[in-house]
Design a protein around this ligand. Structure first.
Ligand code: AQP
Length: 355
């Protein structure tokens, strides 16, 4: 049985300042995976239109995220870095997936419910179809692994459902055209064109919570800037935000079990672990029994030590706008060639007349 070539894909929206959650949940994993995999990292600018159509500075935001990728250590010579709208095949495949996916699948998505709020009828159709475009981003390259934060888990499950339904609906044509690879589905061997992508989620920092409320995820759109650490915050701001972070009056426990029912404490321990590349157990071995008045300054020092060099490198890279645009344009050309190869197959499988 042949198999899909391992390939990593992920994306980040150019909406607002990147925060610690984006870094620990996603970008840091992107960097780690590039040593052992071929990777495609995308600034998903088409996605950013779903919640808000008009942006004053979308092009600059796109450059910012690109600079963050590069500053964090992604190598654009070995891997592909580009912005989504350069490769029109993302939108083309998303349309086909809009016809594969069911409205019920989309309207059950937690992110849609959260972002649409009470006035669902007034949300954009793009917001509802967001996961279909996300599935297209991934499957256009037939990516096998997708590193994301835990909040994206549901969307990745939907990507798997879309791939499965496409493979099933078109199985005879995929086989007749000799496309795709043989895959095991239950006990059956079938020919599938799209892989059933594996999410890469996990570690102590898969879901970083707001510094003001341990039950809400750290998010770019939270109105309180004190709720998040931005990658571009200076050392004083980071220290101030960590000092003001909500906690409880108890000392840190010595074991992870002791964090149960203490979401704010658990969050800060997870952030420390993610930044230091150690487990929560190890953090508590070092800090169990200490008060937050001791732990918070240690966390602030670690955050500054890890993030300030990235912010400095981002500023240096952004000063050379032509370089950033060149990376996106080269990456777009490479991604475009791969995307067109997939779309030629997909058009042929679906029966869309080509030349
Ligand atoms: N709090 C988080 N903890 C861990 N990972 C996170 N990610 C986002 N927030 C956290 C991960 O970052 C990647 C890029 O996210 P995105 O920009 O594409 O989407 P987002 O979820 O819209 O980011 P925000 O900050 O949460 O924005 P808003 O406020 O608009 O909702 C993804 O892999 C995501 O999982």
């Amino acid at each position: 049985m042949s198999s899909f070539k391992p390939l990593v894909f992920s994306g980040v929206q150019p909406t607002g300042n990147l925060h610690l959650g984006n870094y620990l949940g996603a970008i840091k994993k992107f960097v780690a995976l590039q040593d052992t995999n071929d990777c495609i990292y995308c600034v998903v600018d088409l996605h950013s239109l779903t919640a808000q159509l008009v942006h004053d500075d979308l092009e600059d935001q796109t450059r910012q995220i690109t600079a963050a990728f590069l500053a964090a250590g992604i190598n654009p010579k070995k891997h592909i870095v580009f912005n989504q709208s350069r490769v029109m095949q993302h939108a083309e495949l998303a349309w086909i997936f809009n016809c594969v996916a069911r409205i019920g699948w989309m309207s059950r998505m937690t992110q849609f419910k959260d972002k649409a709020g009470k006035d669902r009828e007034n949300a954009s159709l793009g917001l509802l179809a967001y996961p279909s475009l996300m599935a297209a981003d991934i499957l256009l390259y037939r990516a096998t692994h997708v590193p994301v934060g835990e909040d994206q888990k549901q969307h990745l499950e939907l990507t798997r459902d879309i791939a499965q339904k496409f493979n099933n609906d078109f199985s005879d044509r995929i086989a007749a055209k000799g496309l795709g690879v043989e895959m095991k589905v239950g006990e059956e061997i079938v020919r599938g064109y799209f892989p059933i992508t594996e999410p890469v989620i996990g570690g102590p920092a898969a879901r970083i919570m707001s510094l003001r409320d341990g039950s809400k995820k750290m998010s770019k759109s939270d109105p309180s800037d004190l709720s998040r650490i931005n990658l571009t915050d200076d050392a004083d701001t980071m220290a101030k935000k960590i000092k003001k972070a909500k906690t409880d009056p108890d000392a840190l426990p010595s074991e992870v079990k002791g964090l149960e029912g203490r979401p704010e404490a658990e969050n800060l321990v997870g952030i420390y672990a993610g930044l230091a590349d150690i487990s929560k157990e190890q953090v508590l071995k070092d800090f169990g029994g200490t008060q937050f008045s001791v732990f918070k300054p240690a966390l602030a020092e670690l955050a500054v030590a890890k993030l300030a060099p990235i912010a400095g490198e981002m500023r240096r890279i952004l000063a050379d706008r032509a370089y950033v645009d060149g990376v996106l344009s080269d990456g777009g050309a490479k991604a475009g060639a791969l995307a067109e190869a997939t779309m030629k197959d997909v058009r042929s499988i679906v029966g869309l007349q080509q030349g």
